[in-house]
Ligand binder design. Structure first.
Ligand SMILES: Nc1ncnc2c1ncn2[C@@H]1O[C@H](COP(=O)(O)OP(=O)(O)OP(=O)(O)O)[C@@H](O)[C@H]1O
Ligand SMILES: [Mg+2]
Length: 284
């Protein structure tokens, strides 16, 4: 793994009403990683995401970002260029009356002048796939997929090294989901960002992330290469996470010689072709 940019040390978090949400979490995220944070409902994914950029402060333990403790003073501004968090529901994030103002809000808040702000808005919008033609529209009237991209653009305009996107595809149809995910992959591959997706869709983790962190009841239950974590079907089942259908199918077919760590449909197809050819050679 790359050198740690975000370092979570023995993190506990409980909400003001006493609900314990995270317990003893240790985690490091480097630069230019693509991580999926998975786990059942209520396992603490969103809470951890918000702790990573200082929106929530540790109850015990520490979160260090680029060497800065998220509990220190004036951290919100410092975090803006380091770790961006895109809310599970973009409507919790969008509050300006035009798309332009929404994306410009961050750079302005960081004290950039109008010329630089404009440049940042155009760049972030282009990268996020938000057309200039909707700059004057009210975010409220856009489709959910577009609102999500405006939300991402408004975070990107601050150029955070690490981008956390909470449930990037909920409420979006297949095509929109694919667009958002391909876009995040491009940010990772071409622009050098670290991407953390928070999801309970195993198939998203399987297809896009290189590393997967499994949370259960506020604790890290597994953390490693996505293929390894997603093929630990017993561990997943214990944390009430359903492995992908292809992995379950592959593991039913291991007697035929299919690998048990298949996570994508096309891999299963390849395995079946291989098994079939071997069988043909054996009988022929
Ligand atoms: N504002 C809050 N006040 C009190 N408890 C909360 C609050 N937000 C979340 N919790 C609780 O903290 C725990 C972790 O919640 P969190 O939202 O981080 O889980 P999650 O993994 O993101 O779930 P989901 O998949 O449903 O989004 C849960 O028990 C939840 O009920
Ligand atoms: Mg959540």
């Amino acid at each position: 793994m790359a050198e740690a940019y975000v370092s979570v040390q023995d993190l506990d978090f409980h909400y003001p009403d006493g609900t314990p949400a995270l317990r003893g979490v240790n985690l490091e995220i480097g630069t230019n990683e693509f991580v999926a944070l998975i786990g059942q409902n209520g396992s603490g994914k969103t809470t951890l995401g918000k702790c990573l950029n200082g929106l929530l402060k540790p109850s015990a333990g520490a979160v260090l970002v680029d060497g800065l403790d998220t509990r220190s003073r004036g951290i919100v501004k410092k975090m803006a260029t380091r770790v961006g968090y895109v809310f599970q529901n973009p409507d919790h994030q969008l509050f300006n009356n035009t798309v332009f103002k929404e994306i410009a809000y961050g750079p302005r808040n960081l004290g950039m002048d109008e010329a630089e702000t404009r440049a940042r808005v155009y760049e972030a919008a282009r990268v996020a796939g938000v057309s200039e033609s909707i700059f004057d529209e009210h975010p409220f009237f856009l489709t959910k997929g577009l609102r999500q991209r405006v939300a991402i653009a408004s975070i990107l305009a601050m150029r955070p090294r690490v981008l956390i996107v909470d449930e990037p595809t909920t409420g979006q149809d297949f095509r929109q989901s694919l667009e958002v995910m391909n876009f995040l992959e491009r940010l990772w591959r071409e622009e050098g960002h670290s991407i953390v997706i928070v999801t309970h869709e195993m198939s998203l983790a399987a297809r896009y992330s290189r590393r997967t962190v499994l949370l259960g009841h506020g604790q890290v239950l597994a953390d490693g290469p996505t293929r390894e974590v997603l093929s630990q079907t017993d561990t997943l089942a214990r944390s009430d996470v359903l492995p992908t259908q292809v992995t379950r199918l592959a593991q039913r077919l291991t007697d035929l010689g299919v690998r048990p760590d298949v996570i994508l449909v096309e891999e299963l197809v390849e395995e079946m072709v291989r098994v079939h050819q071997r069988h043909r050679r054996a009988v022929g």
